[in-house]
Design a protein around this ligand. Structure first.
Ligand code: NAP
Length: 314
């Protein structure tokens, strides 16, 4: 079977770290082109804009959109309008109306839109979901603390309106929660710390409530320089469970059930396998729930202005 001919849109950290290696490692795909205003990818055709790519006499079947979220909608619209399948990085876009429109555009174009949540591919998430079908949750606590200077070096977009701030990694935790918890989740309150030189929060404390009364709390912090922590503690009627390493490790009581040998690389290999399946079956996969929770957090939040953020400070 002919491989799916791919173009990467946006050659930044995630494209280089994960998408390009995952495409090159999967014989079902062939990397044909890249779009970047500044960078080039060796061995493929390079274009300065998605418009230039789509106007070129070059056969591609699909694009992977790896730009900041404020640019996702326009790129997805153009690609679907030119008959390309679309794989979309998280966060999918900046408004719920854009999300709905993208799903509609994919349907009209009869092309696959795969709106990815990479953390759902972490190896602990599926076994945790299976176990939770037989248990009753009593309480959930999320601790998502990382160093923004390490994971988003030099990225100004993350501090601009539509850039999500600490809710950019935080939405990964929400993508896992919405996969694990089989009931509607409502944002109750949120305290967002916003540096005075930024539009978006650097830290957040959030309280949610499930439809059954389940209490869920979350602490997100981008200023964390110690051990990077992406944990979800699940208190259940049969004892504690914990997803750590962003969903890579599942501990049930004292027993490690799913250790994470591959980290993010394993998540992206899984994402491309799924993209190939969706294209083969002509399906779209898109789940707005994590984005809706972010929108609801912003609706109930109180913002607290704090000292300016200095990206260069140690
Ligand atoms: P990044 O390093 O800033 O890369 C984004 C790329 O998009 C840039 O290299 C830039 O390439 C291109 N771009 C096009 N228009 C742009 C604009 N107006 N402003 C800034 N860049 C623009 O960001 P990233 O970390 O790869 O994140 C991209 C997406 O992946 C985000 O949605 C993010 O949430 C997601 N993601 C990131 C990580 C991570 O660890 N960093 C992990 C998982 C998912 P040119 O300047 O060359 O055009």
């Amino acid at each position: 079977m002919q491989p799916i001919r791919m173009a990467i849109i946006g050659v930044g950290k995630i494209a280089r770290d994960q998408h390009i290696p995952a495409i090159l490692a999967n014989p079902a795909f062939q990397l044909i082109a890249a779009v970047s205003r500044h960078a080039t990818v060796a061995g493929v055709s390079n274009f300065p804009s998605i418009e230039a790519l789509l106007a070129a006499p070059l056969a591609i079947d699909a694009v992977a959109i790896c730009t900041p979220p404020a640019h996702h909608y326009q790129a997805a619209k153009l690609a679907l309008g030119h008959g390309k399948h679309v794989l979309l990085e998280k966060p999918p876009c900046t408004t719920l109306a854009q999300f709905d429109s993208m799903v509609m555009l994919a349907k009209l174009a009869d092309r696959t839109l795969y709106q990815t949540w990479h953390s759902r591919h972490a190896p602990g998430v599926a076994p945790a979901a299976r176990l939770l079908r037989e248990r009753r949750l009593r309480r959930v606590h999320v601790t998502w603390k990382e160093d923004v200077r390490r994971w988003h070096p030099g990225q100004t977009w993350i501090w601009q309106a539509g850039g999500f701030g600490v809710l950019d990694p935080g939405i990964n935790a929400l993508s896992i929660l919405t996969q694990l918890i089989d009931e509607p989740i409502f944002a109750r309150s949120a305290r967002l710390l916003v540096p005075s030189n930024c539009d978006t929060p650097i830290a957040a404390q959030i309280e949610f409530i499930g439809d059954s009364g389940l209490e869920i709390s979350a602490e997100l912090d981008f200023r964390h320089t110690g051990t990077q922590t992406w944990d979800i503690e699940l208190s259940t009627d049969s004892g504690p469970m914990k997803l750590s390493a962003g969903g890579g490790v599942l501990t049930v009581g004292d027993e490690r059930v799913a250790p994470d040998p591959a980290g993010l690389a394993g998540e992206y290999q899984s994402i491309y396998r799924r993209f190939g399946q969706l294209i083969a079956t002509g399906e779209t996969e898109a789940d707005a729930r994590p984005l809706r929770l972010v929108a609801d957090i912003l609706l109930v939040a109180s913002d607290i202005a704090i000292e300016p953020f200095d990206p260069e400070a140690a």
